[in-house]
Each structure stands twice: as structure tokens, then as C-alpha cells.
Design a protein. Structure first.
Length: 245
């Protein structure tokens, strides 16, 4: 079941489960884009090939909010918002170690073949990577942090965090010593806000982390999410649609 949080003629907002691809790849495993095209076709009785635009992605082992475009006009305008970084996104990460209360992490990241790492700024191909971090909880030697990306590099959160000795729980690729559920990692796209592509209104959604995260961490997350949502003041009439696939 993929939770559908909002749908209209131009937008579809859903919660991606950890472990599912954002779009199809060479593995042939199930992916969000194909799955949600099927849902739209069934929900709105649309035979044939359904249009659905992928305007951003989440790593396979991560979970959380994703938005799809239901029209080419919406796809173009949403893509522009992502490029201009007017889309608000917040991520929750549960990491090993004690992170600072607040921090600005600025690095350069180099992607070469299948390797992604923090690099010197002078290395060929290295690109700037920047994010803000806020620690909202600490329990059992692990920190719960809220992250705001200023750049969108591959594996940015995972690489920057691990390079400072704070690998994400479950992220064995980048040095984690503990697992989450044996397959995925503790990274969740928890809050999303954007301008509607055809109407002059700002929309926003929140999503608590999945059940694989401990109850204590869920409770801390819920308090932060309540504050974030109330601070934005989204109209009650624009509350997320309650629907399920």
C-alpha cells in the first residue's frame, strides 16, 4: 500500500516506502513511477499510457514524501521550482554518535564510477555540497537530526554525515555499525512544501518516519513536525487527501 497524500489534476504527492526505487533501473525491481502510473490509471479510469512526470528522486533505501507531476505543464513548473530551490524539503536522519546542536556542513563531493566521497575542492569533478543540521534528540548513543539541503548531490546526506563520524543507522555502505531493518537506512523525507504549478497557493505536507524507527524516535519526530506544520500555517482546506493504494 502506497499512501497517497494529495492528488488533483496537476499533482500527486505520495509516501515512498524504504526499499523501493524512484524509477525503473536495470534490476527490474518495482519502482514508484511505474506503480503510481498504474494507480492513476485505475483511480481515474484512464486507459493506455498514463502521463506522470518524475521531478525529483529519493535513494532506494530512504523513505518519505515524493511529488509527481500529472501534466507536462506541472512537470516543467515543478522542475523549475526544484532548480531554483524554492521547494522546501526537510529530512529526518537517525545517526550514530552525538551530533552538534546546530551546524552548517560545507564540503565538496566527488562522484566517480560507483564511488561517492568527500573530496578536496581542487580535485577534478568535485562539486560543492552544503546542508544545515539541527539535532532534535539523542538516545542510546544516536542522534535524531533534521536536515535542510542547499545542494542536491548524490548521497549527499549519507556522505557528509559519515565523513564526520555520524553514519546513518543502517547505512553499512558508509560505515554504520548498526542496522535498521536489515536492508534500509534511517533517512526519511519528512516535510515538503511547494507552490502549486497552476494556482497561486503554497501547499505543504508532513510525514512521520516509518514503523521501523523506534517509538521514542517517532515521538520526538512528531513534536518537531507539529511545530514545522504550524509555523507554515497551511490552510485547513488544503489538508492532504486521505487515500490509499
Amino acid at each position: 500500500m502506497i499512501p497517497v497524500r494529495y492528488v488533483d489534476n496537476h499533482l500527486l504527492v505520495v509516501e515512498k516506502p524504504a526499499g523501493m526505487l524512484s524509477q525503473a533501473d536495470q534490476t527490474g525491481d518495482e519502482d514508484m513511477l511505474t506503480r503510481m502510473k498504474s494507480w492513476v490509471g485505475e483511480q481515474f479510469n484512464k486507459p493506455g499510457n498514463v502521463y506522470l512526470g518524475l521531478v525529483h528522486r529519493l535513494d532506494r533505501p530512504a523513505s518519505g514524501l515524493m511529488v509527481f507531476a500529472r501534466t507536462s505543464k506541472a512537470a516543467s513548473r515543478l522542475t523549475d521550482q526544484f532548480k531554483r530551490r524554492t521547494v522546501e524539503k526537510r529530512y529526518l536522519a537517525w545517526v550514530e554518535g552525538r551530533t552538534p546542536d546546530e551546524a552548517l556542513w560545507e564540503d565538496h563531493i566527488l562522484k566517480r564510477d560507483q564511488s561517492i566521497r568527500v573530496a578536496e575542492s581542487t580535485e577534478a569533478g568535485a562539486k560543492p555540497a552544503s546542508l544545515d543540521l539541527q539535532t532534535i534528540g539523542f538516545e542510546g548513543g544516536r542522534s535524531l537530526v533534521v536536515l535542510h539541503l542547499h545542494t542536491g548531490r548524490p548521497h549527499q546526506i549519507r556522505v557528509q554525515s559519515a565523513s564526520r563520524g555520524f553514519p546513518l543507522v543502517g547505512d553499512l555502505r558508509y560505515g554504520a555499525g548498526t542496522t535498521l531493518d536489515g536492508r534500509n537506512l534511517a533517512l526519511h523525507a519528512t516535510a515538503l512544501a511547494l507552490d502549486h504549478p497552476t494556482r497561486a497557493v503554497r501547499l505543504g505536507w508532513i510525514a512521520p518516519p516509518p514503523d521501523s524507527w523506534p517509538a521514542k524516535i517517532q515521538s520526538i519526530s512528531a513534536s518537531w513536525l507539529d511545530q514545522w506544520q504550524s509555523s507554515r500555517g497551511f490552510p485547513e482546506s488544503l489538508s492532504p487527501l486521505k487515500a490509499q493504494q
